[in-house]
Every structure is written in C-alpha cells, then in structure tokens.
Design a protein around this ligand. Sequence first.
Ligand code: NAD
Length: 380
Amino acid sequence: MAKKKLNIGIIGGGFMGRTHSNAFRQAPEFFALDYQPVLKTVCTRSAEGAAKFAANWGFESSESDWRKVIERKDIDLIDIATPNDTHETIAVAAAQAGKMVMCEKPLGRNAAEAERMVAAVEAAKVPNMVWYNYRRVPAVTLAKKLIDEGRLGKIFHYRAKFLQDWTISADVPQGGTGTWRLDASVAGSGVTGDLLAHCIDTALWLNGGIETVTGATETFVKQRKHATTGQVADVKIDDASMFLSRFKNGSLGMFEATRYARGHKALYTLEINGEKASIFWDLHDLHRLQWFDHGDEGRLRGWRSIHITDGDHPYMSHWWVPGLQIGYEHTFVHQAADFIEGLSKGQAAAPTFRDALATEYVTDAVLKSAASKQWEVVKG
Ligand SMILES: NC(=O)c1ccc[n+]([C@@H]2O[C@H](COP(=O)([O-])OP(=O)(O)OC[C@H]3O[C@@H](n4cnc5c(N)ncnc54)[C@H](O)[C@@H]3O)[C@@H](O)[C@H]2O)c1
C-alpha cells in the first residue's frame, strides 16, 4: 500500500536545518512508518543559500520568505530551525494556517513567547513538538526506563552541566550569522536558554517538576563588536549560568552551563543518585550509561559501563548489529520517527510545545533569581 505523504517545509538551513533534513531522510529507511516524509521546500535568509541547501539535501524547491512556505497548500508540516527571535512569529503563523509545527529549542526567547506559541498550536489543534533531542539518545532513554521502573528508588540528587569554550576570546562578535547566540535581542538569553535549557528539559523528563531555584549568572566579556552594525555594544547575554533547585519529588538539583570552560566543546553530563542506584551519562561518550547498583553482591559492587548498542536497548534494534554504536545525528532521526509514529497513532510525541513551556518557566525563574539574588518559585 502506498504510504501517505508528509510534506515538509523546513525554515532554516544552518546547523539544525542539516540535522533535521538528515533526520527526515533517514527516518523512513530505518523505522517502519506509515508516512513518507517529503522534503518539499527549505527556506533560509538568502535565496542563493536556500537553493544550494535544497540541491544538496534533495528538497524539491527553495524559498527565502518563510511566509510563502506557510501559504503553500502542498505543505503539511512547518519545521522551524531558525534563530530564537523568529520562533514565535513563524510558529503562530504556521499553526493559524493549520500546519503541523515542529520547533527548535528553546521554544521562545522567554516564557511569555512560549505561552503564546502553546496557545496557538492548542487553539489550532495541530500536532507539535520541540526538538529537545537529548531525550532520544538511547542511553538517556534507557535511564528514563530504569527510573520509571523504580530501580533507583527515592531520588536524592540530580546534577547536570553543559560546558563549552568557544566565546572566551573578546574578538568573537555578537549578532550576525553564527554568532546570533551572543545577541540577547535574538537569542533571548545566553547559556541559560541555549545550553541549560537542554539540561532542564532532560531533568524534568527524568526527575519530574522543579519547584524553586536559586541562580547566578555572569557576563565575562562586557562589550563586543556587533557583527552586522560594527558598533561596540554592551553584551546582554549570560556567558555562564548556574543554579540550585528543589524538585517536587524532594530531590536537590545542581546545574551549570558556560561557554568559558577552556578545553570543553560540548560536555553535557548528568548524574542521578537514588536510594538504590545511581546513573551517570556523558555526551562525549553518548553510547554508554554508567550504572551503580547497590543491590549487587558487595564483593563485586561497582560502577558498570553499559555499552548501549544491543537490540534490547531503546531504538537500537533499528540500527546495526549489537556492539556497533550510533551518534548525535541519530537522536534527531529518532525524534522525527517518533513524531511520525505519533501521527499514525493519534498520540502526541513528547516534548510537545506545552511540555517545553515547563523548561521556559525554569529558565525564566533562574534569570529572575540571578537578578534578585533570592530563591524564586517556578511557574506551572
Ligand atoms: N537541538 C539542539 O541540540 C540544537 C543545537 C543547535 C541549535 N539549536 C537551535 O536551533 C535553532 C537554529 O540554530 P542553528 O544553530 O541551526 O542556527 P544557524 O545560525 O546555523 O542557522 C540559522 C538558519 O536560519 C536561517 N534564518 C535566519 N533567519 C531567518 C528568517 N527570518 N527566515 C528564514 N530563514 C532564516 C539562516 O539563513 C540559517 O540558515 C536555534 O533556535 C537554536 O537554539 C538546537
């Protein structure tokens, strides 16, 4: 039987435009899906760039005005892979046009934007999802299953960090292509919305809601040249952000993100300590889950390093033979496949826009606390 078509328009042809294009191409090859994703069009700021991207990735057409993509009757799904200041406008317009919407993280530059995006997709009743891809690293998905099975028992501690080092030089500009993350008007915040948002999404998924936070942020380089205007201007993003939290389940959380940890490029680690067992995961070794089980015989008790490549590990039966690992790009393939499977089942794949709003409430509270120097209550 011919598969139903899922006609996709991707807005943005940068880093994430590439991961998403790859995901929609690979998903139907490795997962049994009822829908065939079709790369209908890609839209970037420049017509020339969009045409080149389209030719490279096999899109049928290209655009440089996202509104034209939304107007097209032959597009079912708008996939937003543009900088954060565009997410709300594109997502709301797409939902109002009755399109399904997938959006990169963070959902909005702040919770107010994200709330309007949630309202738009829920009013239009369109399927929606946010690309918090780390949930779909097989080792992290396995961690979720082990926690849900009660194998850790009562959880005491959640610890996460996301470390980079690419903005240490004062010569890195703010604004413009590639460095829009340093311009608060585009990004919303610095590492809080960029890197901590990933840590928070995973934490809320694995360990439940956060009630209160106390945070501290720092901007180490106070002024930078703006890439497009050439003007030297105050830097308004946070270069580093850390916070303590109290989870609803009684556990304590400790989170840190920075772009000033010399030697670290994308070190995302998380550790969970429970009454019965502990888990540790590291993005640089993403196919391994470190597991300590206090129930093991005392003489042999110790940290196990589980190679998450066997057929009974999450997602792995879709890939190669046991022992062969997969990588970063596969998390996006899994997410695309789960979204499409959700369409077939009539069940929303998580995280939906509403799920991702919870992360925005935490990041807003962290920034509020950094300013007030007080513990702040997380909305929601
Ligand atoms: N899930 C993840 O791990 C992850 C990783 C990186 C980035 N992101 C998120 O993905 C989004 C995009 O980040 P990126 O690193 O791909 O950025 P990027 O700078 O590499 O690419 C941005 C793309 O958007 C296009 N664009 C910008 N404004 C546009 C407009 N008005 N209309 C059409 N196209 C426009 C640009 O032409 C470019 O192709 C951001 O929200 C970012 O936070 C998520």
